[in-house]
Design a binder for this molecule. Structure first.
Ligand SMILES: Nc1ncnc2c1ncn2[C@@H]1O[C@H](COP(=O)(O)OS(=O)(=O)O)[C@@H](OP(=O)(O)O)[C@H]1O
Ligand SMILES: [Mg+2]
Length: 351
């Protein structure tokens, strides 16, 4: 199968999961009832999306392993709470599976049929692969930016295909990102994708039969770097916001940072909504997860950007479920990445 056909499959399964996640949000998230303690809607969406994507990939790729964020251990517990959660997941996944194939959706997916509870749980557990530098594997974050999901902010469904430890294909669906960044109150829901060596593109999630539009980062130079804008995590526990403010000062950047959850950050800078993404370590021991970066890294590279860690090293996806040889993530257009790294290393006092 060619990477172009694989791309169509990845777009279809990720878009279907994004629709499922939005339906969970509409049904279960009520701004008045969701408190920081009640994470159940996002748990339902996380399990359902991992199950759906894994099942849909299994016909075309029965032998490909998946590194996914979730496993089904909790759903298999004999408690009332687990049973309730499992029943919700089974209903939601089967509701999505039973919708017939739409125009433009990939073949080879066995849409229009429902599955048993056992099949759905086993599909989630297919995501427990430990990762490898050899052969093919898929990397899946069913709901990236779980806090964003609960806030009604940015979140993303993220899928990448890795071959010999390198990202060859990446697809990210962002249900709450405006289709047109100049119309923040206009329609939302965009799917992004990239194939190595073939560029980056976007399309509204709802337009299953619509064309893919090519995207690229803003061209920015050393001379115009002070005009750049950067984005970072909403959660100060995921990226040091104090350090990024000092780095901005070092680069004479005066615009306020744009804070958003999830790999929507990679997507927005890939199409020029912003220019720099800084993810600066807060704790020395945290290892970034490969599913939080694999598709985003390829998308940015194919849109003209460069992605490294704070030591200017490439992200190494071949070492298991985490980026254990990397610290932090620094993303910028190729032409200014070196200057950004210099400022990062000066502020963090690393080389
Ligand atoms: N300490 C620490 N440092 C860095 N990263 C961490 C940390 N803890 C968690 N995570 C991972 O951050 C993922 C969400 O990243 P975001 O950039 O979306 O952060 S944020 O939501 O804006 O806070 C989040 O992904 P999801 O769980 O899919 O939301 C986590 O995998
Ligand atoms: Mg994540």
């Amino acid at each position: 199968m060619s990477l172009v056909q694989e791309k169509q499959i990845a777009i279809t399964v990720v878009s279907r999961a994004a629709n499922l996640a939005q339906s969970v949000f509409k049904k279960l998230v009520n701004a008045e009832t969701v408190t920081k303690k009640d994470k159940s809607p996002v748990t339902v969406a996380d399990y359902s999306c991992q199950s759906l994507i894994s099942l849909l990939l299994s016909k075309a790729y029965p032998n490909d392993p998946i590194v996914g964020e979730e496993d089904a251990k909790d759903l298999r517990q004999p408690t009332d709470e687990s049973k309730q959660l499992k029943n919700r997941v089974v209903d939601l996944v089967n509701a999505e599976l039973s919708k017939p194939q739409a125009a433009g959706e990939a073949d080879d997916l066995e849409l229009g049929v429902t599955r048993s509870e056992t099949e759905l749980l086993d599909a989630i557990d297919r995501g427990t692969f430990e990762g490898s530098a050899k052969g093919r594997m898929w990397c899946l974050d069913p709901i990236d930016g779980t806090k964003g999901f609960l806030r009604g902010g940015q979140y993303a469904v993220c899928l990448a295909l890795l071959i010999e430890g390198k990202v060859e294909l990446g697809v990210i669906a962002c249900p709450n990102l405006p289709v047109d960044p100049s119309k923040p109150d206009g329609p939302r829901g965009v799917v992004f994708g990239a194939i190595k060596g073939q560029g980056a593109f976007q399309r509204p999630i709802s337009e299953t039969n619509g064309p893919l539009s090519k995207i690229s980062m803003n061209s920015i130079t050393k001379e115009s770097i002070a005009q750049a804008s950067f984005c970072e995590s909403v959660e100060s526990g995921h990226s040091s916001q104090g350090d990024s403010a000092n780095i901005a000062k070092e680069l004479n950047i005066t615009k306020e940072p744009v804070r958003m959850d999830s790999q929507a950050k990679y997507c927005s800078i890939s199409r020029g909504d912003g220019d720099i993404y800084l993810r600066l370590p807060v704790s020395a021991s945290y290892e970034e997860k490969i599913w939080d970066h694999a598709p985003g890294r390829l998308l940015v590279a194919e849109a003209g950007g460069k992605v490294t860690d704070i030591h200017n090293k490439d992200l190494d996806f071949s070492l298991g479920r985490t980026l254990k040889n990397n610290k932090g993530v620094i993303v910028a257009h190729e032409s200014i990445h070196g200057d950004v790294i210099k400022a990062v290393q000066k502020v963090l006092n690393v080389a």
